[in-house]
Design a protein around this ligand. Structure first.
Ligand SMILES: NC(=O)c1ccc[n+]([C@@H]2O[C@H](COP(=O)([O-])OP(=O)(O)OC[C@H]3O[C@@H](n4cnc5c(N)ncnc54)[C@H](O)[C@@H]3O)[C@@H](O)[C@H]2O)c1
Ligand SMILES: [Zn+2]
Ligand SMILES: [Zn+2]
Length: 373
């Protein structure tokens, strides 16, 4: 079918997104076509444009956070039907590999191909200007229709609004799981969340749900600090120095139990102050993506080792999509997890470059592209 999509023809050059006609193929074996209701604007797509995540191929159809309705299924698909409501998970899970069966489906073997530039079978479902187009995360949600592997689709109940559900494809579980699983949040903890955008605001919510006592949201943008309390932040700080002072006061100088880093781009100078405000035996979770070629960091390794601190990376907040996407949808239904309030502004696909400018300008918790019915 002919449709439209937002492409980068020269990733890594800050060229912005080109909204143009694309040709989308129907589903092959193990795939489905989905009509999207909405797509979130996650910082990870911007990393493709800036080159923080370099792509050796082009063009790419961006977008990896969406939800919609299944319109067609390919051969061999037995667990989905036309009309099902689905969240598109930015990481697929096969359910069979060692990582999947050991409860770490965020690190499924299939994940190794999500930035490979083709569908899992090595061919393209999208074409533009006579060329095969790769999709971000096998998905490419910056288009109103997508044809994707069903390993990336998670069915949800039909009473969950699809616009809100779109965010459960990446930013929400990543932030929430960073607190709930990766940081192993405990009742009564003091936690610092550094960077409260679309990902970090969900780490705030996860911390509240796990019963953290002091939840300090750090962000240089005033509107983020003003919004943070409605998601569960008990205190806010504009920078790390201010946060460190609050932590010292709450913990008698001991330090925070957990520090979660969810800034837009992970740069090395954050690590040492984050470590200094973490207590002995505490955990620092790194959720943000760093520039891929970043190698040199300044960190007091002696203290890290001798104070038994844990520096913990996380992919997808250590969540298991097939368990945690419906779980978060249910938390939303019960009023425990806010999704609608994360959406600061809605955009049409044609205005996607404005949406990214607004993200870079710190204007939105989450911007969302909404597609017509
Ligand atoms: N690990 C994963 O699996 C995973 C998944 C999704 C996104 N990510 C990454 O998470 C990061 C956050 O994504 P997002 O969509 O929430 O981005 P975002 O741009 O919506 O939010 C980032 C926030 O960090 C704030 N910030 C920037 N510098 C800061 C600093 N020095 N101190 C405190 N706050 C600061 C910004 O004002 C903004 O509010 C990105 O790097 C993204 O690529 C990782
Ligand atoms: Zn994302
Ligand atoms: Zn797997």
């Amino acid at each position: 079918m002919k449709t439209v999509g937002a492409l980068l023809w020269e990733p890594g050059t800050n060229s912005g997104w080109s909204v143009e006609e694309i040709e989308l193929d129907g589903p092959k074996t193990g795939e489905a076509t989905v009509k999207l209701a909405a797509s979130g604007i996650c910082h990870s797509d911007d990393h493709l444009d800036t080159g923080d995540i370099p792509l050796p191929w082009a063009p790419v159809l961006g977008g990896h956070e969406g939800a919609g309705v299944v319109t067609e299924i390919g051969e061999g698909v037995v667990d989905l039907e036309v009309g099902d409501h689905v969240v598109l998970s930015f990481l697929p899970s096969c359910g069979k590999c060692r990582m999947c069966v050991s409860g770490q489906s965020n690190m499924c073997d299939l994940g190794s191909g999500v930035l490979g530039g083709t569908s899992p079978d090595g061919t393209h479902r999208i074409h533009a200007q006579g060329k095969g187009v790769g999709a971000m995360s096998y998905l490419g949600t910056f288009a109103p229709y997508v044809t994707v592997p069903v390993t990336a689709l998670v069915r949800i109940d039909k009473d969950i609004p699809l616009k809100a559900a779109a965010l459960i494809g990446c930013g929400v579980p990543t932030g929430w799981g960073s607190a709930v699983y990766s940081a192993d949040m405990q009742l009564g903890d003091t936690v610092v969340i550094i960077g409260t955008g679309g990902v970090g605001m969900n780490a705030v919510q996860g911390s509240r749900q796990k019963g953290a006592k002091h939840i300090i949201a750090v962000d240089p943008v005033a509107s983020k600090r003003e919004a943070a309390p409605q998601f569960g932040a008990t205190h806010t700080a504009k920078d790390l120095a201010e946060a460190a002072e609050l932590v010292a006061g709450f913990t008698n100088g001991q330090g925070a139990d957990r520090v979660i880093v969810t800034v837009g781009v992970l740069t090395p100078e954050i690590l040492q102050p984050a470590q200094e405000m973490t207590r002995r035996g505490g955990t620092i979770v790194l959720t943000s993506a760093a520039p891929v070629m970043q190698r040199d960091i300044q960190l007091d390794l002696f203290t890290l080792a001798m104070s038994g601190k844990r520096l913990q990376g996380t992919l997808y907040g250590s969540t298991n999509a097939r368990n945690d996407i419906p779980l978060i949808a249910d938390l939303y239904r019960r009023g425990e997890h806010k999704l609608d309030e994360l959406i600061t502004k809605e955009y049409k696909l044609e205005d996607i470059n404005t949406a990214f400018q607004d993200m870079r300008g710190g204007k939105n918790i989450r911007g969302v592209i909404v597609y017509e019915d």
